[in-house]
Ligand binder design. Sequence first.
Ligand SMILES: [Zn+2]
Length: 303
Amino acid sequence: MKKPLLEAIRDRPLLGDGAMGTQLMFAGLEQGNCGELWNLTHPDRVLAIQRRYAEAGSDCILTNTFGGSRIMLNRHGSPDKVVEINQAAVEIVRKAFGEKEGYIIGDIGPFGGLMEPFGDFTETQVRDAFNEQARALVEAGADAIIIETQTSLEELLLGIEAAKAAGAPCVIGSMAYDVTLDGSTFRTMMGVDPERAAEFMQENGADIVALNCGTGMDMQRAREAVQRYRQVTDLPIMAQPNAGQPKLIDMKVVYDETPEQMVQGVAALLDAGTNILGACCGSTPDHIRAFRKAMDEHCKATV
Ligand SMILES: [Zn+2]
């Protein structure tokens, strides 16, 4: 019997997965097209990516549902496929793990707009969209729900509440921070700093506090964020930094931090108290394989 995720991370840190979006592009998804629809139209390609992560050593894999809410799918003309797309995504991760034990983390990304009074969406629309997506992911058997790449506490809260209402066994809130222009600190686009985010998540019943993506959030910055979380919360922590800074080369966004470079930061991130370590944009199965090796060595050395 597989232990619940929250129990498993008490025994040892777990390894997450790497990027999905950039991997889908490599697999032929065109910019601006709907990667989540591939769960139905090209499940074999999504599976191939996630199987590579499982083979590289991931203990946890996020479903390919970042933009799988009704509001996001509506932009691609598929609002009626929410349940189908999210259920298929859970099934694909399950297949990717195969016989191997692993955790399926149902992914909910931002709804991609602003809520009233700043934008066009009502709170009810966003709440309904998150509820619907969270329910589909949990009913399909996700071990946890992650509300990720969040910049506002208002939207994060709707996601946490949706995951809890759906009965998710574990709820992860993950913020995207940007390093400030002077490089002195980092906060979300909406001005939220890590201490406030962690306190807010704990107050509102999240089980794991996390960070992912963001601008300039490399392994060192991610470690700083974990340390700052650790000062205000006892909750487990998850970190998924990008593979360095995005650069525009030939009109394509390129992340060029190699597995060898990124892996240098693994031990320090674990020592800072990271319970689940993965990676975000630009990372590949090679990055995750390097992380696996470094994590195993680090855990052996600290037993
Ligand atoms: Zn990212």
